[in-house]
Design a protein. Structure first.
Length: 284
């Protein structure tokens, strides 16, 4: 049997081929992002021809992110929306995960399935449903910033529920039961034992919800009211049809840098919080 025949029979047997697939995937995914970031530092207005390095599209130019009030407003709106969504969705998601973990009655399985609803339902359908909810049923709120926070919080709450429930299943109930055996009340065991053990999952949920919220387009667009509630994805989508400037690349790059910093800080904090667990697993 020739080498080519053996490879065709089982192409996944060689780690070298898997590395090629992984590198090709990363290049396909990251190359467009890298080009967009690169041209945010272009010295000219072109999005295809390099004209020298400059930070004028971030600050110092009348069309820069810092100088253009429309771009600056969209940036601030995105950060406010993502921050408030984290403050609402993560605590509610953690509380819901704890409740589901303790629920043993009828309907627990159905509720677990419903928490996957956000992942299997098209986001467009959820966005339209939220729009109808805030315009027909809760018309006192109506489209706007409050509706965006409420809609995104409802949609993003599934992430902390899934992450925290997975952490609850991995640590088990032994620590909490041991604390109550030593005299701690259920609330005391939750506050002093369980929540510190859940800290890595909570931090991961914060990073996921923040990154997903700042990048969300469908729900934010459906519930936006006017220019004051435009987020970065909405602005980029609107301007992409009218000859975008490199300042939009700069705006997107700021979003990318911020999300990367948040996720990187979360990974470092996660590794620090779970350092003892990893040492325990490494012991023979």
């Amino acid at each position: 049997m020739s080498r080519l025949t053996r490879w065709l029979a089982n192409p996944w047997a060689k780690a070298r081929f898997l590395w090629v697939v992984a590198i090709a995937y990363l290049a396909w995914t990251l190359l467009p992002v890298g080009i967009a970031v690169l041209f945010s530092f272009n010295g000219g207005r072109s999005l295809t021809a390099w004209q020298g390095f400059s930070t004028q599209w971030y600050a110092g130019n009348v069309s820069s992110v810092w100088e253009d009030p429309v771009l600056r407003s969209a940036l601030a709106q995105s950060f406010k929306l993502a921050g408030l969504t984290v403050l609402v969705a993560v605590p509610l998601g953690v509380a819901f995960a704890l409740a589901l973990d303790r629920w043993r009655g009828r309907g627990a399985g159905t509720t677990n399935f419903l928490m996957m609803f956000s992942f299997v339902t098209p986001e467009v359908a959820i966005g339209v449903a939220l729009f109808l909810f805030f315009t027909q049923l809760v018309d006192a709120v109506g489209p706007g910033f409050a509706a965006q926070v409420g809609g995104l919080s409802m949609y993003m709450m599934a992430y902390p529920v899934i992450v925290v429930r997975a952490r609850l299943l991995s640590i088990g109930k032994e620590y909490e039961e041991a604390a109550m055996d030593l005299g701690a009340s259920p609330v005391g065991a939750l506050r002093r034992v369980l929540l510190p053990l859940l800290a890595p999952a909570i931090l991961a949920s914060v990073a996921i919800v923040f990154a997903a919220s700042i990048d969300n387009f469908v729900i934010s667009q459906q519930l936006s009211k006017d220019a004051s509630t435009q987020t970065i994805p909405i602005l980029i989508y609107s301007a992409a049809r009218t000859g975008p400037l490199p300042s939009l690349n700069a705006l997107a790059s700021i979003t990318l840098f911020t999300s990367t910093i948040v996720i990187g800080a979360t990974v470092l904090a996660y590794r620090r919080l779970t350092r003892g667990e990893r040492r325990g697993l490494a012991l023979p």
